[in-house]
Write a protein that binds this ligand. Structure first.
Ligand SMILES: *[C@@H]1O[C@H](CO)[C@@H](O)[C@H](O)[C@H]1NC(C)=O
Length: 129
């Protein structure tokens, strides 16, 4: 599924789900938002609620450059190291933002660190929830 307009984001959140994405893509998206949280002193951590688009470019032998566009929403969890985003519920009127991430990773190998090459998030100025 692909949703370009943030107007559609609420709909995508309801109908789209991340299980339709490759688990490597989900893992890369979670890594990127975690890094983004660490680099910003938001009071509350954001988590990925939607993956609008993803593409993968392979760099042999094993590295992959992922380019993602995701929607992230504010959780109730304090933005601190080692927060487990999976278990963090969203705020009831969560702020949301649209993020473009570029990440280098070796899929299926968590011992090789992922690298965030590009990290750009903009608030979409709406509370969707
Ligand atoms: C991950 O990469 C390291 C270093 O190249 C290698 O030693 C290890 O066997 C790899 N693990 C998996 C699960 O592929």
């Amino acid at each position: 599924m692909m949703c370009i307009l943030s107007l559609l984001a609420a709909l995508c959140f309801v109908t789209g789900d991340r299980s339709t994405h490759n688990p490597n893509v989900v893992s890369v998206a979670n890594f990127a938002i975690d890094f983004h949280n660490r680099m910003n002193n938001y009071p509350y951590a954001f988590k990925v609620v939607n993956i609008f688009s993803d593409s993968a470019q392979i760099y042999p032998p094993a590295r992959v450059k992922y380019t993602l566009e995701v929607e992230a929403a504010q959780t109730v969890c304090r933005n601190q190291a080692n927060v487990n985003l999976q278990d963090c519920p969203l705020q009831s009127d969560a702020e949301t933002m649209i993020c473009s991430f570029v990440v280098f990773a070796v899929p299926g190998n968590n011992t090789i660190p992922k690298r965030l090459l590009s990290d750009q998030c903009v608030s979409d100025g709406r509370g969707l929830f």
